[in-house]
Design a protein around this ligand. Structure first.
Ligand SMILES: NC(=O)c1ccc[n+]([C@@H]2O[C@H](COP(=O)([O-])OP(=O)(O)OC[C@H]3O[C@@H](n4cnc5c(N)ncnc54)[C@H](OP(=O)(O)O)[C@@H]3O)[C@@H](O)[C@H]2O)c1
Length: 347
């Protein structure tokens, strides 16, 4: 809100913004130009916004949210888009894109397959930088019952020592099903719980809940832990960065988009040329001229993740650098976190 309408964003109280978001029509934000594959193909597109805040999207009846997302999709169709990517909460609401795609004439993708691929890459890179041996590490997935959470758990279970699946009590049956899948896949050591304090035993935490409030607080984490916060709004409280110098919190899903003349036409808060992984998925499909609903619904396969990751690599998309609470994370900071973790765990 603040980025598109600086004055309104600055002066309106947040509850008023939540309330008013219901009455805003779909918004044209910008023309995206200069997306260019390292193999030469080009793509252009548009940012269009469905003006509901996440709080509104979650609290309103699902058909009301669908209606405005579909109207926003129609705006994209009119502009000439041949595929629609659902960002952030537009893919969380309801059945994760299936009902929305039925009401539009162009294919729809949630971006979640590429988000998982990039989250896994970020986990591997962060583990290496923090001297964590992934093969022996305990990895906790918070929000493991969801679309991103379930497939992240299954994917990382192949590479880590132990996986802890954390979710709400109402999702226990789904969590047990995912646990059974992991055990059938490759017999990794798993545990299912609704107790958030279980992240205290994890070397790496992936946060992917749809909670609009924070769920991970400073006292939950062990010294030296890496936390990858993929959720938007964030799952990790800002207090973690302020109070815990011995843990590394990084944002999941930042991707470097290829193209020397790339211009998003809008500052959504990332450094130049960087996009969220969910936005990158639709760009990759456009470069590939693959106008299909690549990721829809909550059941994503490991094959889908591998395929979109390979396509991204083919066109020159890469994991962006580490960021934490809107700032780049430097090598020196990582070294400081390691030293602090060493001190604290030795106490
Ligand atoms: N960074 C990126 O590029 C990117 C891309 C896509 C999505 N995202 C973000 O990632 C998050 C997850 O997306 P998704 O598509 O996986 O959504 P999803 O399928 O709805 O999954 C979220 C899961 O979290 C559960 N949950 C809610 N509150 C929780 C809590 N306090 N503790 C534990 N579990 C909780 C939900 O349970 P119930 O369904 O029972 O409420 C649901 O199973 C969202 O915040 C989304 O905006 C980020």
């Amino acid at each position: 809100m603040q980025r598109k309408f600086p004055l309104l964003g600055r002066y309106l109280p947040v509850p008023v913004i939540h309330f008013l978001s219901r009455f805003f029509p779909p918004l044209y934000i910008s023309h995206i130009t200069g997306v260019r594959s390292i193999r030469g193909q080009k793509a252009e597109g548009w940012f269009v916004a469905c003006p509901f805040t996440p709080n509104r999207m979650i609290s309103l009846p699902v058909p009301v949210a669908y209606r405005k997302i579909v109207q926003t999709g129609r705006l994209a169709e009119k502009l000439g888009a041949r595929i629609l990517g659902l960002g952030a909460f537009t893919s969380v609401v309801g059945d994760a894109g299936i009902a929305i795609s039925r009401q539009l004439n162009i294919p729809v993708t949630t971006g979640n397959s590429y988000t998982v691929a990039m989250a896994a890459q970020a986990v591997r890179a962060a583990a290496e930088r923090m001297d964590i041996n992934l093969a022996q590490a305990a990895v906790a997935v918070v929000g493991a019952s969801g679309s991103l959470g379930s497939i992240s758990g299954r994917l990382l279970a192949r590479e880590c020592g132990r996986i802890v699946l954390i979710g709400l009590p109402r999702n226990r049956a789904r969590l047990l099903k995912i646990e059974a899948q992991i055990e059938a896949d490759h017999g990794a050591s798993t545990c299912v719980t609704d107790d958030i304090t279980a992240i205290g035993e994890a070397d790496i935490v992936i946060a992917v809940t749809s909670d609009v409030d924070t769920v991970i607080e400073p006292h939950h984490l062990r010294p030296g832990a890496v936390v990858l916060d993929v959720a938007r709004p964030r799952d990790v409280s800002r207090r973690v960065a302020q109070e815990r110098d011995d843990v590394l919190v990084i944002e999941g899903g930042m991707v470097a988009v290829p193209g020397p003349d790339l211009d998003f036409g809008f500052d959504f808060g990332f450094p130049p040329r960087m996009a969220y992984a969910c936005m990158a998925e639709v760009m990759i499909l456009a470069l590939e001229r693959r106008y299909t609903s690549f990721t829809l619904g909550r059941d994503i396969t490991i094959g889908q993740v591998a395929e979109i990751e390979a396509l991204g690599e083919k066109h020159g998309f890469k994991l962006g650098g580490f960021r934490s609470f809107e700032r780049a994370v430097t090598e020196a900071e990582i070294e400081r976190v390691k030293r602090a973790a060493h001190r604290h765990s030795g106490r």
